[in-house]
Write a protein that binds this ligand. Structure first.
Ligand code: 4NP
Length: 155
């Protein structure tokens, strides 16, 4: 089993979208028995909440229902459980590095590093400025690159 955790700040916009997009891809590829997917936030502001209405609407527009997901906070133990811990931006990466047990740093990556064609390393935070459509496109591209990496290294 390969385990993947997507992480942003609040776990209500970017990382639940990534969780939904990647899980859908894994299902379509028939790999649900081999790849487990979750998401979390570095902060606890929105713990227990469903994804932001704008993230839900964008997902729905693309045919994906992410309404049942609930926000939780990332914890040190996640680095024992998850093979891939994927940060949406540098600030998430810094916060994750602060709770990462010594020796587990190689599990942590910037999610967009799996999509060099996007030409940037950070998924912009859409909470205040919007841009859910563009965020969704970036996430789809990186999800595909991530699956290729998993196939190459673990299958
Ligand atoms: P996310 O977006 O990290 O993509 O879930 C945000 C959600 C909430 C806040 C900031 C970003 N907030 O400040 O409450």
């Amino acid at each position: 089993m390969v385990r993947v955790l997507f992480v942003c700040l609040g776990n209500i916009c970017r990382s639940p979208t990534a969780e939904g997009v990647f899980r859908n891809l894994v299902e379509r590829e028939g790999l649900s028995d081999s790849i487990q997917v979750d998401s979390a936030g570095t902060h606890a502001y929105h713990v227990g909440e469903a994804p932001d209405g704008r993230a839900q609407a964008e997902a729905k527009r693309r045919g994906l229902d992410i309404s049942a997901l609930r926000s939780r906070q990332a914890r040190s133990q996640d680095f024992q459980t998850y093979d891939y811990v994927l940060a949406m931006d540098r600030s998430n990466h810094d916060n994750l590095m602060n709770i990462c047990p010594l020796g587990s740093e190689d599990r942590l990556s910037m999610f967009l590093d799996f999509a060099p064609e996007v030409g940037r390393r950070e998924v912009p935070d859409p909470y205040y400025d919007g841009g859910f459509n563009r965020v969704y496109d970036m996430i789809e591209q990186a999800a595909s690159g991530l699956l290729s990496d998993i196939r190459e290294k673990h299958m």
